[in-house]
Design a protein around this ligand. Structure first.
Ligand SMILES: [Zn+2]
Length: 126
């Protein structure tokens, strides 16, 4: 397992494009909010044990919180909105962001898992 900076950059680059972190040739998304079970191209299994799902959801929650915190400070510093307007905007972002980020939280989590442990290779048919 190589973990040099280029491999890490390449893997995260693939995950940002929602591609398989292992081969980068196929998308990890089956349809919106549905992940493929395995890579169409290299057969790597994307859907793993239950704990893995929790990790992806946690990644999404943490990213949302960081994003909301940044948005909160940005609104405080850059605008003169009332507390109520600020709250409404943050509330809307708190709903929109995790939905928008859903696929990326999966792909980033897959990329992390791939870099740390190596995803289990699928049974290649060829
Ligand atoms: Zn692949």
């Amino acid at each position: 397992m190589k973990r040099d900076p280029r491999t890490i950059m390449l893997t995260f680059g693939r995950s940002l494009k929602l591609k398989c972190p292992v081969c980068g040739r196929a998308s990890i998304v089956q349809r919106p909010f549905n992940l493929k079970h395995r890579c169409d191209s290299c057969g790597t299994i994307f859907k793993r044990e239950e704990g893995f799902f929790v990790g992806a959801i946690m990644a999404n929650v943490v990213a949302t919180e960081v994003f909301i915190l940044i948005a909160y400070f940005a609104l405080l510093l850059l605008t003169t909105l009332s507390d109520r307007a600020t709250f409404i905007i943050l509330f809307a972002l708190a709903i929109a962001f995790p939905l928008t980020f859903y696929h990326h939280s999966w792909s980033l989590w897959l990329a992390m898992d791939h870099l740390i442990e190596g995803l289990p290779p699928g049974n290649r048919q060829h």
